[in-house]
Ligand binder design. Structure first.
Ligand code: URA
Length: 240
């Protein structure tokens, strides 16, 4: 038995607070009966609808994938390219949390828990995402400062980041840089380096929050355990 508002939130239809509002304002029915009070618990086989639309009540699953290059972060592609969901042997309606570019590799969560996905992607969620970027040339101390303080991309200032120079290869004149950000703007890391006059040659997301893909080969995935799922919910509690 689970609380009705939790069931609605998990389906991704609304946050828990909004789900409570939907219940008290008469939008929710359980087995065809309108429910107006909070605290009602529902069984697995109860049919829950919001404005007449049935809520998805599948068991929740959570995967961590080490995304390879050449795969899109979506559930479907109109050009029939392979998606991250195609890599996972699960027939439920799972989807990726956030986005990695076609040529970016590394950590991505795939789930059917709409509540957690929405919370993690919320602009206030402040989840650390650690990237390793291979870039052209060397960063000057002033470039590093700009990246750390935040700079303007697409007319919006990025928030602070952490930057560590790992290596510089004199022969190829490339550098390996670790950059930690907590936003998820489109092509953010590439655009940040572009804004300081350099180009990203290769990009890998090393870590998503506390989850790394060190034990997963490219294209491999594993299920998150209940403790990890709980910890992820803990990381986003400030956005609820
Ligand atoms: N920033 C990018 O530029 N690309 C990604 O895939 C992720 C972050």
């Amino acid at each position: 038995m689970e609380r009705l508002q939790k069931v609605i939130a998990r389906s991704g239809v609304a946050s828990r607070r909004k789900a409570e509002e939907l219940i008290t304002t008469g939008h929710v029915e359980v087995n065809g009966e309108k429910v107006l009070e909070l605290g009602v618990k529902v069984k697995d086989n109860d049919v829950v609808t919001v404005d007449g639309v049935k809520i998805d009540r599948e068991e929740r699953v959570y995967y961590l994938l080490n995304k390879p290059r050449g795969v899109i972060t979506s559930t479907k592609d109109e050009h029939h390219r392979k998606t991250v969901v195609d890599l996972i042997d699960d027939s439920r309606r799972i989807y990726p949390v956030g986005r990695l570019d076609y040529d970016t590799t590394g950590a991505i969560i795939i789930t059917n828990d709409g509540e957690l996905a929405n919370l993690l992607m919320h602009p206030k969620s402040m989840i650390d995402k650690v990237y390793i970027a291979k870039i052209e040339g060397v960063l000057s101390p002033s470039d590093i400062m700009k990246l750390k303080r935040g700079l303007v991309i697409d007319g919006v200032k990025t928030s602070k980041s952490k930057v560590k120079i790992k290596r510089h290869d004199k022969v190829s004149n490339t550098s390996i840089v670790e950059i930690t950000i907590h936003e998820g703007k489109n092509h953010q890391v590439k655009k940040m380096f572009e804004a300081v006059g350099t180009k990203v040659i290769k990009l890998k997301r090393e870590k998503y929050s506390f989850l790394d893909v060190n034990d997963l080969k490219s294209g491999e995935y594993r299920k998150l355990n209940p403790k990890e799922v709980q910890k992820l919910y803990g990381e986003v509690k400030n956005t609820r």
